[in-house]
Design a protein around this ligand. Structure first.
Ligand code: GLY
Ligand code: MN
Ligand code: MN
Length: 299
């Protein structure tokens, strides 16, 4: 077969969402194609695709809804099998079971199943420790549907009962989540949403005596509250884009108190609408009483 040696142009999405040493599939493809067709010029279509990808079509939103529905089922299965002494990877096995039962065999990202102090490690993925009686377990995970990701975090007591202290911190994270979701409106930026979260956390941590001044907040809250969600879990890294109808973002405040082995994050996926927003993952319980009722209760 003769090789095509003529000049030509190939446009690929070469935009890197995450900085990492690993080659992206698009980069690998570009390299392979370039080796075969040396005169071909390859261009990055990322900037145009970014605009297109930022606002989701109804069909894309349906895919995200399906990914969330599977994630919901998986979380409920993990909760129903939870008990003190369970290994994090046993919980992961229940997660995998649900996803594979729905034909989801490729994960958008490795699930985080972090018990006790592990939950204070931001990207904990070892999932190889035992969840002891009294531990909270932080889940951050998501299924995919036709490559569209869900991205959900829930935190639960492995023995089915939050302690008063755990509840106190949990309620503050939940308050931050609810107030930040209320702030999702046309025209606001992710930066603004993060400011809302930071204000709730600062007030709450001062009230609880965990910090003495606002500059200390970063000791307990050290990531941002939102990112776009879609084909990539961290879909479009544009923190200054104003919210438009059809954008799908996460809201994910968390507090990490290492000295008390408490790490709590609550994360929902939110669709921006003309009126404000719709929480696409609202069916996944997050009030403490609702969560407690589902732990260790086999269907
Ligand atoms: N699961 C990654 C994140 O929440 O951003
Ligand atoms: Mn997440
Ligand atoms: Mn997220």
């Amino acid at each position: 077969m003769r090789r095509c040696e003529g000049k030509g142009s190939l446009y690929l999405d070469l935009h890197r969402v995450l900085r990492s040493d690993e080659q992206t599939p698009a980069e690998t493809f570009a390299e392979d194609v370039q080796k075969k067709y040396r005169t071909l010029s390859i261009h990055d279509a990322g900037p145009w695709l970014k605009e297109l990808r930022m606002v989701k079509s109804p069909a894309e939103i349906e895919e995200i809804r399906r990914a969330i529905a599977i994630t919901d089922e998986a979380i409920r299965r993990m909760w129903s099998h939870a008990r003190p002494g369970i290994m994090e990877y046993e919980l992961e096995a229940h997660y995998d079971f649900t996803l594979k039962s729905h034909g989801v065999r490729e994960l958008p990202y490795l699930p985080i199943i972090a018990s006790g102090i592990n939950a204070t490690v931001l990207h904990y993925e070892a999932n190889n420790q035992r969840a002891e009686d009294g531990d909270l377990v932080l889940l951050d995970l998501g299924a995919a549907s036709n490559y569209y990701a869900a991205d959900i975090s829930r935190t639960f007591p492995v023995n089915g009962r939050f302690t008063e202290r755990q509840k106190e911190i949990y309620q503050l994270v939940l308050e931050a989540e609810i107030k930040t979701i209320e702030a999702v409106k046309l025209g606001v930026t992710l930066q603004h949403l993060n400011d809302v979260t930071k204000q709730v956390f600062t007030d709450g941590l001062l009230r609880l005596g965990l910090i003495q001044e606002s500059s200390e907040l970063s000791k307990y809250y050290y990531h941002s509250v939102s990112h776009h969600l879609g084909l990539d879990t961290h879909d479009i890294p544009d923190y200054s884009a104003a919210m438009q109808p059809g954008m799908v973002i996460t809201i994910e405040p968390g507090l990490y108190i290492e000295e008390e082995a408490i790490g709590i994050r609550i994360e929902d996926d939110v669709l921006v609408t003309a009126e404000g927003c719709e929480v696409l993952s609202s069916q996944i319980p997050k009030e403490t009483e609702e969560v407690e009722l589902l732990i260790g209760k086999k269907e």
